[in-house]
Write a protein that binds this ligand. Structure first.
Ligand code: SF4
Length: 262
């Protein structure tokens, strides 16, 4: 990516001053936040206690539901303690036949209120990033690892992730995307069933035997930093944009919005 491209990208994202740096994040840094945690909480704990364990949940909840029944099931779900404090189940939104899917961590306050993922500050940044790729938000499918807001925007806990992951994995099956962009630690570690920090995962494609398209082709998973982390650390927009450019190349996308912006 040229400096000019990056400056255009920052302009699209609404930044007038480029926080230019060539530094890459510390590979041991584990980051990721709920949609509305921007600027509030610090880095996520690098604890193995946050390790996703959705394999067991999958075995006990072998969803074979269509979209309608899956959404109905989620909307009535009481499977974990997040049901006690949520206002709305944030199921997911967008194109249910998309080639590209974005997966975040969990709803924040705005999402919990509106029932739509990524509508707060971090969501607005994600929308700009998607538009900078030359596509609209409606062309992709967006979901979270947990469908209900963790209280006070805390991190989702392992049991909550385990209970909720089957919803996400069934969504992935139904959408059957070519590529998933996993936003932040929890999405990346959950989808890839790993404890590896996001700083080491990001920037390259990964695959999971469980995540395949309807024709059996593997789904490419691109971990990158969560938009909330980018809000707190503007320098991280550059590596995220580099990751998204790899996705654009694979999908044959051109960043038309970059050239349309002043
Ligand atoms: S977070 Fe998921 S598992 Fe927990 S109550 Fe909500 S929909 Fe159910």
């Amino acid at each position: 990516m040229t400096n000019r491209d990056y400056l255009h990208y920052l302009e699209v994202l609404g930044f007038n001053h480029a926080p230019y740096t060539s530094e890459t994040p510390n590979s041991s840094e584990t980051v990721g936040q709920s949609d509305e945690q921007a600027g509030e909480n610090s880095l996520m704990a690098k604890s193995k206690s946050s390790t996703p364990k959705h394999t067991q949940a999958l075995a006990s909840k072998a969803f074979d539901l269509d979209w309608t029944k899956l959404e109905q099931k989620a909307n009535k779900c009481q499977s974990c303690k997040l049901a006690d404090t949520r206002n709305t189940v944030v199921f997911g939104s967008g194109n249910r036949n998309a080639d590209l899917m974005f997966v975040g961590e969990g709803p924040g306050a705005d999402e919990d209120e509106q029932g739509v993922p990524f509508v707060g500050r971090a969501g607005q940044l994600l929308t700009k990033m998607i538009e900078a790729m030359g596509i609209s938000r409606n062309e992709v499918f967006i979901a979270n690892v947990v469908k209900c807001r963790p209280p006070n925007n805390r991190n989702p806990e392992p049991d909550e992730i385990a209970e909720c992951s089957p919803f996400l994995l069934r969504q992935v099956q139904l959408v059957s995307p070519k590529i998933i962009v996993a936003l932040g630690t929890f999405a990346s570690q959950t989808l890839l069933e790993t404890d590896t920090p996001i700083g080491q995962l990001r920037g390259q494609y990964h695959q999971s035997q469980k995540l395949v398209q309807k024709d059996g082709s593997p789904i490419k998973i691109m971990p990158t930093f969560h938009p909330a982390f980018c809000l707190r650390n503007p320098n991280m927009k550059k590596p995220v944009w580099e990751d998204l450019q790899k996705v654009m190349t694979d999908l044959g996308l051109t960043p038309t919005s970059l050239t349309q912006q002043p």
